[in-house]
Design a protein around this ligand. Structure first.
Ligand SMILES: [Cu+2]
Length: 565
């Protein structure tokens, strides 16, 4: 019996309820009875994916979203539905359709499927969907139609065809944020207004590497796993995306603003987005998912931009890679197989004050790192692989062990090809100043404790309840929030919508290295306590705090909070 069969009774309630505070909560008690008691582990029993050959599938480069004329939107945008719309009048308009179809994750998997591809939920026929490429000062409007089949007609064996799309972690008004209760059902659309304003009008608050993904209450994990994820790049006055930019202050990081060329050679202008999802496939090449494992879901094949273990041709020069852990549950430690240097320049999409040389990067679900890799140390004809060396055997979290050399997981192969032109990019020693932390502004302290209860997941002892608002910070104030993992063996990547935080203390120690940054996901290891500084400004309304192990999130590890005047 599938989880969503349990929910068919609930589906009628969803369909009949306006898309706020809808009737999706009831099924959870049914599911709770299927969960194990604390401490009883579920061994991974799902069968392995069919064997596929590594590094034979070309990497997919999602194109940038294509603009549509405002006049083509019918009905036209309703300014009354959005905060500060006239102040941030959209300059660019886009339309996306969520659809069910087939996606070529790997030609060897597609060959197993009579439909010639793996079942997928997509944006405009692709996963990842097109990249939202936007600039500060140029507000954006995106209308998203839920054209998924209804529950009776969908072939997807998991997931729920209601959707809300969250742009993680843009500074977005609540009604456009992809709040989990603001969902559409098939046949409906939702309008998103992205003001493209800097938080507090402070250039130090610019965000760079973001992603958008489904955030359907109770079904984020399954819906994202089915394919509803994509990437976003914001450019600003210094991080302009152009390594040839001659304007003063331009950082000239690798990139030259080409998006979505062909998938060989130099398609995205040296500024490349890579989103990782670990997927398990069934014998027909379709994604497989155990809806009864509330610990987390682990795939056995790493996909990059929804291609299984792909390859990419690179020139012997510098590239910027924006690397995203798209979940649902796996943590990664990524390194080049020769353990050579990468230069980390951004944490969770936010530029560091200065570059940090690293030999590996550790990501939990929803973490992002921007790294520069200089392939000029290799010669055309050589190859170098990106691999995952972190051992993880269940959704609980990593074991803490490094995978033995013969078991490292293949992620992505770089084939070095000939240089096509000069590399004018640079890695400046100073990138972007962090906003000041003024503790005298702090008007409240709040603690958020992440734990479990009766086989489900709790925040402050509570399960997600759309009728409860757990905090009401005042617009224009600052607060100190403490995240504490009460579990002794669990990892919880904690994510708070809308504002970036700065770490004050991690287990009592001040942050150093890449942790000295603005962030929006704190991956709490067992017993971790993290104290962070927030300001709340510019918009009001409902937001969420949740675990970004999406399986924990869907099994109630989420609370609502609201910015009030
Ligand atoms: Cu968690």
């Amino acid at each position: 019996m599938k989880r969503r069969d349990l929910l068919k009774a609930g589906a009628a309630a969803v369909a009949a309820t306006p898309a706020i505070f809808g009737g999706t909560m009831a099924p959870r008690s049914a599911q709770a009875q299927l969960c194990r008691l604390e401490g009883i582990r579920n061994p991974i029993t799902e069968p392995d994916s069919p064997a596929v050959t590594s590094f034979t599938e070309p990497l997919y480069f999602p194109p940038a979203m294509a603009e549509v004329p405002e006049a083509s939107l019918n009905p036209p945008p309703d300014p009354g539905r959005h905060q500060r719309y006239s102040e941030f009048l959209p300059q660019k308009f886009y339309v996306q359709h969520l659809t069910e179809g087939y996606w070529n994750y790997h030609s060897e998997l597609s060959a197993l499927n009579p439909n010639g591809g793996s079942l997928a939920w997509m944006f405009n026929g692709a996963t990842p969907g097109e990249t939202l490429v936007a600039r500060y000062g140029e507000p954006v409007f995106v209308r998203r139609y839920n054209d998924l089949p209804d529950l009776e007609h969908s072939q997807m064996p998991f997931g729920y065809p209601a959707s809300t799309i969250h742009l993680h972690n843009a500074h977005t008004a609540s009604e456009s944020d992809g709040y989990p209760m603001d969902f559409t059902i098939p046949g409906e659309y939702w309008d998103h207004h992205y003001a493209m304003m800097l938080a507090r009008n402070d250039p130090r608050e610019a965000l760079g590497s973001l992603w958008y993904h489904d955030h359907m209450v109770d079904f984020t994990s399954t819906n994202v796993y089915a394919g509803l994820s994509a990437m976003t790049v914001f450019y600003d006055d210094i991080d302009t995306g152009d390594e040839n930019d001659t304007r003063p202050g331009a950082l000239r990081l690798p990139g030259n603003l080409q998006f979505g060329g062909d998938d060989q050679g130099n398609p995205n202008g040296y500024d490349i987005q890579l989103i990782l999802h670990d997927v398990r496939f069934d014998q027909n090449g379709n994604p497989a998912y155990n809806v009864f494992d509330t610990d987390g879901h682990l795939g056995d094949l790493i996909t990059v931009n929804r291609k299984v273990k792909p390859f990419m041709n690179v020139e012997p020069r510098k590239y910027r890679f924006r690397i995203y852990d798209g979940g649902p549950s796996r943590l990664y430690e990524l390194e080049l197989r020769d353990q050579s240097e990468m230069i980390c320049i951004a944490n969770d999409g936010n530029l560091l004050e200065g570059p940090v040389p690293v030999t590996s990067i550790v990501l939990g679900p929803a973490n992002r790192y921007d790294v520069i890799i200089d392939f000029s140390r290799y010669s055309p004809g050589e190859q170098i692989d990106l691999v995952n060396v972190m051992e993880q055997t269940n959704g609980q979290g990593p074991t803490g062990r490094r995978l033995p050399a013969d078991q490292v997981m293949d992620v992505l192969r770089f084939n070095i090809v000939d240089l096509k032109g000069p590399d004018n990019s640079q890695v400046p020693s100073f990138l972007r100043k962090l906003p000041d932390i003024n503790l005298e502004e702090v008007v409240a302290h709040r603690e958020w404790v992440f734990d479990h209860d009766m086989g489900l997941w709790t925040v402050n002892g509570q399960f997600m309840d759309p009728n409860i608002v757990s905090a009401t910070p005042k617009q224009g104030t600052a607060e100190i929030w403490t995240f504490r993992n009460a579990g002794t063996s669990w990892a919880h990547p904690v994510h708070v919508h809308f504002e970036e935080f700065q770490v004050l203390e991690w287990n009592g120690k001040p942050p150093t290295g890449v942790l000295k940054s603005r962030k929006d996901v704190a991956v709490l290891g067992p017993g971790d306590t993290v104290k962070v500084f927030y300001r709340f400004d510019d918009f009001e309304g409902m937001y969420v705090i949740h675990c970004h192990n999406n399986v924990h999130e869907d099994n109630a590890m989420m609370l609502q909070w609201k910015i009030v005047k």
